[in-house]
Design a protein around this ligand. Structure first.
Ligand SMILES: NC(=O)c1ccc[n+]([C@@H]2O[C@H](COP(=O)([O-])OP(=O)(O)OC[C@H]3O[C@@H](n4cnc5c(N)ncnc54)[C@H](O)[C@@H]3O)[C@@H](O)[C@H]2O)c1
Length: 337
């Protein structure tokens, strides 16, 4: 089986903690090329990981290297324009962008159409779908004899998502974008995860009601095509511990999902359920405790390897294609209209 060549654009904190460390160990990768406009960081990373193909301009990297897969992990304010240039490129490769892959519905639509026109697979990094706890939940949700779902309560209060113990090469953050971080963009940045996860678990959502304040925090109610209501409460908060919990209420009981902070690789999402007739909850144990980012990287690499070798493509439903997350942009636009 032929191994793949990958390129990584953006070597910041997320790239180093959640991607580079694993990609440099993956046996299915033949070569890694890296790119960052911060020359000092580029130099340090190339030395740390012994990577000889390094570029300060992504255009040069695309021309010189024969890449099968590109990871785009730059600041969210620059991602959409870079994605456009990368998708437009004449060479054929798979693009994987961190979320959110665009800052507006209009741009998201444009990028999805461009990917289709250029026949490029375009994945977006919604790693929570690859969490082993979420996988287990998706599998068990209708098998616990709790009856029909009455409604779903989602508390997404953020918190500190990074583990202070994680080591990475520090760099000076350069803000080049003139775009203001509006409350809508802040909501998009954090709640695109929640909406994406709800749609992954329960199907397409429509907006029922929204009580979001000027800061972009509040309560939003969605419904799906079975008329189940989803109450999403959100707050922006970087200071306290991560707090993200979903409670699924059924006719005969409930399931509680305690989602772990994204960058704590050793913390697992916890799932328990209880029947109203019972005083105690039952914990559903995870057999494997693998980090969601690790699972996601593995899936993207496997998908790309299979495609390169013209083998029968296995579709990984956990991997999110840009075309399937356009509804998030539509819903958020409506909330802030
Ligand atoms: N999945 C998640 O839960 C999650 C959480 C946090 C952040 N993110 C996403 O991860 C991405 C990266 O976040 P970060 O905090 O590491 O960002 P950052 O801004 O700290 O680092 C990005 C790096 O990209 C480089 N860069 C910028 N423009 C470039 C260009 N044109 N060519 C090459 N390099 C360029 C910068 O020099 C910097 O080193 C963002 O899209 C963010 O939204 C995802």
């Amino acid at each position: 089986m032929k191994k793949i060549n990958i390129g990584i654009i953006g070597l910041g904190r997320v790239s180093q903690i959640a991607y580079l460390a694993q990609l440099t160990k993956n046996k299915r990768i033949n070569s890694i090329s890296i790119c960052d406009t911060n020359l000092e960081l580029l130099n340090k990373i190339s030395k740390k990981y012994n990577i000889s193909k390094f570029y300060s301009k992504y255009q040069v990297m695309l021309e010189k290297e024969d890449l099968d897969l590109i990871f785009l992990i730059v600041n969210r304010f620059f991602a959409e324009n870079l994605a456009e240039k990368i998708l437009e490129h004449k060479k054929n490769f798979i693009l994987f962008s961190e979320k959110p892959f665009a800052l507006s519905l209009q741009k998201a639509n444009k990028l999805v159409k461009l990917a289709q026109k250029k026949n490029k697979t375009f994945f977006v990094g919604y790693m929570k779908r690859c969490d082993n706890g979420i996988r287990l939940l998706k599998n068990k949700i209708n098998k616990l004899n709790l009856g029909r779902i009455s409604f779903v309560d989602y508390n997404s209060f953020d918190g500190d998502s990074f583990d202070k113990k994680d080591k990475y090469i520090k760099y000076k953050f350069k803000k080049i974008s003139k775009k203001k971080n509006t409350s809508e963009l802040k909501f998009l940045n954090t709640q695109c995860h929640s909406i994406n996860l709800l749609e992954y678990l329960f199907g397409k959502l429509s907006l029922d009601h929204s009580y979001v304040n000027l800061a972009g925090e509040g309560i939003t109610i969605f419904k799906n095509n079975k008329n189940i209501k989803f109450v999403l409460k959100n707050r922006f908060n970087k200071k306290t511990e991560w707090y993200e919990k979903i409670k699924i209420f059924f006719e005969k009981g409930f399931i509680e999902v305690d989602i772990s902070a994204p960058f704590f690789r050793n913390k697992a999402t916890l799932i328990s359920y209880r029947k109203y007739s019972n005083r105690n909850s039952t914990r559903i144990n995870l057999f494997k405790k693998k980090w969601c980012f690790e699972n996601q990287v593995k899936n993207v690499i496997n998908y790309t390897t299979i495609k390169k070798n013209n083998s029968k493509l296995k579709l990984y439903p956990e991997l999110c294609q840009a075309k399937s997350c356009l509804n998030e942009f539509k819903l958020i636009k409506k909330i802030f209209a």
